[in-house]
Write a protein that binds this ligand. Structure first.
Ligand code: AMP
Length: 579
């Protein structure tokens, strides 16, 4: 007999589970299903996302719904539209063999009339976000007076998202006789308060320990300097060519910026954040779910309710402020029995954020080294070889071209041919990672190389504070002239009428060629290579790190009267115009 049947579920439901490929109940399902079927007691369940909690609460409810009664009998509240849609979809799949059982998802950002119509016809189970649910109650189209089950799914998230007032009002409109089922991954004070105020001596159950991360998730961290966060992210992606990942950022701005950079750099990536319209968000999520995107850069709020099971990595581009959010983020990988990796990219200063997280997840982070260029090239090379090995040749269509192709390549022997074919794609990685720096940062901030760093060239530029030049504008201007982001930039000195900046010496010819003669504030720009100040200190930055100041060199701060070294016109690209 099916184990689900032993838990008390009918054949109609068991059949739908077989179709969905559910062979064994998950831990929370084993505990919750018989409990909800056999008792009217309220239930407080600790369950992480991805543990199968949707089936845990919806299967026993489905089992008990009276389809001959048109009243709404169960309301499931969820924090986001996406999660509400997902739950309703699951409920529909579970109940496909139950005649005339009606379920609807109601959520904001969608036409309310289209939700009102089916509600008026009669719906047994309503899955809703708190805001829209309350709206429908106020319009008197959703009547919760005869509900028997109230589910609060991801209660902590609903409160995090500021739905306390809506929840209070919805809960007040429900009958005392109902059974309340509260599911939460964490139990902060606010959730306990809801349980205290609205539940009657709830039974407590826990699938796994409270607030503990899933066992199937490994937690790793990479320690880099702040300006190496993005290059480290790229290397993590490059060394995992089959990566399927959500990269969590802390702000919408950062989310957009990182996604744009990844897209510019040729990754299959997109952003998901609150500034997108619902239609745009749906499109991005659809592309990600169907694996047309490998990397989704998202804020915590936007990624909620995104139900994807086989993420290879969750990447914390920056760790969240609240430790609990880390559990939510990492809980998105290692789901449905699969292994997952949760990565944190941190600076040495952020290292103290790991301890509280380790206490919460009851696991240790393992420090990993950002891969070097050689390691990445190796992985990419073997990936390419596998691709060539496994590619299916379309004999029929290629046949007509082959004689000409053989003719053109007949001078090349086997070894040369292989080398050339492989190089078509591989050269790009080789040239990018040739001379790639070590991005790892031990506790000493060793990446903040000083002026005098041999890999940087120092330039004079005939623009200063009088020209409204700021470090951010200078970086922007360098980007614009070089048509490149991510060029290593060292110290920047903005003085009254001229300034200095340091830049990766590999780009020196480009700087001279492309910046000289360019217009900045209607003045023709002159840049010249200049000598480095003695003992001056300055951090490195990337040309994409707009804003922020490099360390000032006191020598030049005091003396705003620097005269550039004279150079040949060819070297300097022109003479300095004095105003
Ligand atoms: P949930 O925690 O409800 O979001 O479920 C996480 C994922 O696990 C969903 O994609 C479910 O379809 C899947 N799932 C839930 N229960 C089972 C089960 N007993 N067997 C296999 N997959 C399951």
């Amino acid at each position: 007999m099916s184990i689900f049947k032993e838990l008390g579920l009918s054949q109609a439901i068991v059949d739908s589970l077989i179709e969905l490929g559910y062979e064994q109940p998950t831990e929370i399902q084993k505990l919750a299903i018989p409990q909800i079927l056999g008792s009217k007691d309220d239930l407080k369940a600790f369950a992480q996302t991805g543990t199968g909690k949707t089936a845990a609460f919806s299967l026993p409810i489905l089992e008990q719904i009276d389809t001959s009664n048109k009243n709404t009998q169960a309301i499931i509240l969820s924090p986001t539209r996406e999660l509400a849609i997902q739950i309703a979809k699951n409920v529909n799949e579970f109940s496909k063999n139950i005649n005339s059982l009606k379920t609807i998802a109601v959520y904001g950002g969608a036409n309310i009339e289209e939700q009102i119509r089916p509600l008026k016809r009669g719906v047994h189970i309503v899955v809703g976000t708190p805001g829209r649910t309350l709206d429908l109650i106020k319009r008197r189209v959703l009547n919760l007076e005869s509900i028997q089950w109230l589910v609060l799914d991801e209660a902590d998230e609903m409160l995090n998202m500021g739905f306390k007032e809506e929840l209070d009002k919805i809960l007040e409109s429900t009958p005392k006789t109902k059974q309340t089922l509260l599911f939460s991954a964490t139990f902060p004070r606010e959730v306990e308060a809801i349980a205290r105020n609205y539940m009657n001596k709830p039974i407590e159950m826990s699938a796994g320990q409270k607030n503990v991360g899933a066992d199937s998730v490994e937690h790793e961290f990479f320690q880099v300097t702040d300006r190496n966060r993005y290059p480290a992210l790229k290397r993590i992606a490059d060394v995992n060519p089959d990566i399927y990942s959500i990269v969590f950022c802390r702000t919408r701005r950062e989310t957009k910026e990182i996604a744009e950079k990844l897209i510019d750099d040729g990754y299959s990536a997109d952003a998901l954040h609150g500034d997108l319209s619902q239609a745009q968000r749906d499109l991005v999520m659809q592309k990600f779910r169907t694996k047309h995107l490998q990397i989704l850069v998202a804020t915590d709020v936007a990624a909620r309710g995104l139900d994807v099971n086989d993420l290879t990595h969750v990447i914390n581009y920056k760790l969240p402020d609240q430790t609990e959010n880390y559990t939510h983020r990492s809980g998105r990988t290692g789901r449905a029995g699969k292994k997952g990796i949760s990565v944190a990219i941190i600076t040495s200063k952020e290292r103290n954020k790991l301890k509280p997280i380790e206490r919460k997840i009851q696991k240790q982070f393992v420090q990993k080294q950002v891969p070097n260029g050689k390691e990445i090239c190796e992985v990419q090379l073997y990936k390419l070889i596998d691709k060539i090995h496994d590619i299916e040749v379309n004999e029929k269509d290629i046949k007509d071209y082959l004689p000409d192709i053989y003719e053109k390549l007949h001078e090349l022997d086997r070894e040369e041919l292989i080398k050339k074919f492989v190089s078509i794609e591989f050269n790009q990685f080789l040239s990018y990672y040739k001379d790639a720096r070590d991005l790892n940062n031990s506790d000493a901030p060793n990446d903040r190389r000083r002026s005098g760093d041999e890999s940087l060239t120092r330039f004079y530029i005939n623009q200063g504070k009088m020209d409204n030049l700021t470090p951010a504008r200078l970086i922007g201007f360098i980007n614009e002239c070089l048509r490149k982001r991510d060029v290593e930039i060292g110290q920047i000195e903005i003085l009254k009428s001229f300034s200095f900046f340091e830049i990766d010496k590999n780009f020196s010819p480009d700087v001279l060629e492309k910046m000289n003669g360019a217009d900045f504030n209607d003045r023709s720009v002159i840049v010249e290579v200049t000598s480095k100040p003695k003992g001056g200190g300055g951090g490195r930055r990337r040309s994409s790190d707009k804003g922020g100041f490099g360390r000032k060199d006191s020598k030049f701060k005091k003396n705003d009267d620097y005269k550039p070294r004279r150079k040949s016109p060819a070297e300097s690209g022109g003479r300095r115009k004095r105003r």
